[in-house]
Design a protein around this ligand. Structure first.
Ligand SMILES: *[C@@H]1O[C@H](CO)[C@@H](O)[C@H](O)[C@H]1NC(C)=O
Ligand SMILES: *[C@@H]1O[C@H](CO)[C@@H](O)[C@H](O)[C@H]1NC(C)=O
Ligand SMILES: *[C@@H]1O[C@H](CO)[C@@H](O)[C@H](O)[C@H]1NC(C)=O
Length: 436
């Protein structure tokens, strides 16, 4: 960042040539793509891997559901590729990325120090920090799918990404970037849909196990899990809400948030409404409040007053079970030998997120509400987000596991399955073996 200075040659009139930044090499047109996702046991991040560069190398990435773009750390030591290109300022990829400033690099010209690049500020939401780097392109290969098995590998010769220079120490071991799946023209779902002309939809299915793969699907359903369960058949839909103010760590221009917000109207525990200040549940004009979905928070985070009311109501419904000393980061833990089990996890009070109507409910059962922290201790897997957080409720990874979520960017709609355990399958049941 230090070596970069910028001149404010802002574009006055932008001719928005919305050409796809990448075109498929082969005539084979995939209907959908699939990436395996693993859960890292030490950071609890969800990690995937793509093949990038010439020669191809595997690149590990932390999944950032609300992230604007794919970013990868680029430096001459670790990023070696004969097909790397940066986007010259004012070019189509720069407009697509809303990168309106031309940047110069005042040091020895090197592969990643060039004049007249267009830069954006990629985000690491885990620590709330940003970097600065040029909009770039390189070849990426990814597996296609028919929704049941992986198929042919397809290549995108010039997939847009951002070169960053982050300190990677807070990311899972071996990870050198983040895969942004957010609401933005340069996120992976947008770029893949544009490149292959498939519907602007994608789905995530995160595994609860650190030993078995979950999956991200780009493109339309079916999404079939063993034993032959098409999970897309049992989705409930709710509108995705656009937060008009960016939730990124920084932004050079006013822009809407690339995070996915949903309209939680109330929370019920065992059917009883939890008393909350409901104005916290909507996004205000400044972009504060509301409920978003995140893959970089391992557990759901709630604004303090919501968290207090929620945990008190839960404890009341589970009054017959002894509480034990809380284990960080949780504030409410129980003696687990006193709790029975069901097909959908521990037998604990049912949590319902009530959405656009009283009939549209995201139900959270024991497998997604409780965390086994020790042999005999089960904690309520929600954490206190403090007062005045940016977003009142951030639904985190543990609450998403073994649920399939389909994001439809064209209709701005979320499809959710609730626990796949009810359908006698899990997110680790996609058959990743290819047809012979
Ligand atoms: C960029 O332009 C400046 C000023 O024209 C020049 O001093 C510098 O060497 C150039 N840097 C590179 C990387 O070409
Ligand atoms: C409810 O939340 C809003 C938004 O944070 C706040 O302005 C208001 O004072 C709160 N109302 C109560 C009764 O706490
Ligand atoms: C997984 O898919 C492969 C290829 O279609 C098939 O041969 C295999 O039987 C499938 N596995 C299961 C458990 O169905």
């Amino acid at each position: 960042m230090a070596a970069l200075s910028y001149n404010f040659s802002l574009i006055c009139s932008l001719v928005l040539v919305l050409i796809s930044p990448s075109t498929a090499k082969t005539s084979f047109r995939p209907k959908a793509l699939v990436l395996p996702v693993t859960k890292d046991s030490s950071t609890l991040q969800y990690v995937t891997e793509i093949k990038q560069r010439t020669p191809h190398v595997p690149v590990k990435l932390t999944i950032d559901l609300g992230g604007r773009s794919l970013w990868v750390n680029c430096d001459e030591e670790t990023y070696k590729s004969s097909s790397y290109k940066f986007a010259p300022c004012h070019s189509a990829p720069c407009s697509l990325a809303n990168a309106r400033i031309c940047w110069d690099c005042f040091s020895e010209p090197r592969q990643f120090c060039q004049n007249r690049t267009c830069n954006i500020l990629p985000d690491n939401p885990i620590r709330g920090i940003f970097s600065n780097g040029p909009v770039s392109m390189d070849v990426v290969s990814i597996q296609s799918t028919d929704g049941k098995n992986p198929g042919k590998v397809v290549s995108l010769p010039q997939l847009l990404f951002v070169c960053a220079s982050f300190d990677l120490s807070d990311l899972a071991k071996g990870v050198t970037g983040m895969a942004g799946l957010g609401r933005a023209k340069i996120s992976l779902p947008s770029l893949f849909s544009a490149a292959f002309s498939f519907p602007r939809k994608f789905a995530i299915c995160l595994s609860s196990s650190t030993k078995a793969n979950g999956a991200v699907f780009f493109g339309d359903d079916p999404y079939v899990m063993l034993p032959d369960v098409d999970v897309s058949k049992s989705l409930t839909y709710t509108p995705l809400i656009l937060n008009p103010v960016t939730t990124a760590s920084i932004s050079l221009f006013p822009e809407p948030s690339s995070d996915y917000f949903i309209g939680v109207k109330s929370i019920k525990i065992n059917g009883n409404v939890v008393p909350l200040n409901t104005s916290l549940l909507s996004v205000d004009k400044k972009g504060f409040g509301g409920t978003k979905i995140s893959t970089v928070n391992p557990y759901t985070v709630m604004e303090t007053s919501i968290y207090k009311a929620f945990t008190e109501a839960f404890i009341k419904e589970l009054a017959n079970v002894p509480r034990v000393k809380p284990v960080s980061p949780f504030g409410t833990c129980f003696s687990s030998p006193h709790i029975g089990s069901t097909r959908v996890g521990a037998a604990v009070p049912l949590i319902d997120l009530v959405l656009q109507s009283s009939k549209v409910i995201w139900s959270i059962f024991g497998a997604n509400s409780m965390v086994q922290v020790k042999d005999d201790v089960l904690c309520l897997g929600f954490v206190d987000g403090g007062v005045n957080p940016r977003t009142s409720i951030v639904i985190g990874g543990h609450q998403l596991e073994d649920n399939l979520l389909q994001f439809d960017l064209a209709t701005s709609r979320l499809g959710f399955s609730s626990s796949l355990l009810f359908h006698r399958t899990t997110c680790s049941n996609f058959n990743f073996s290819s047809h012979a």
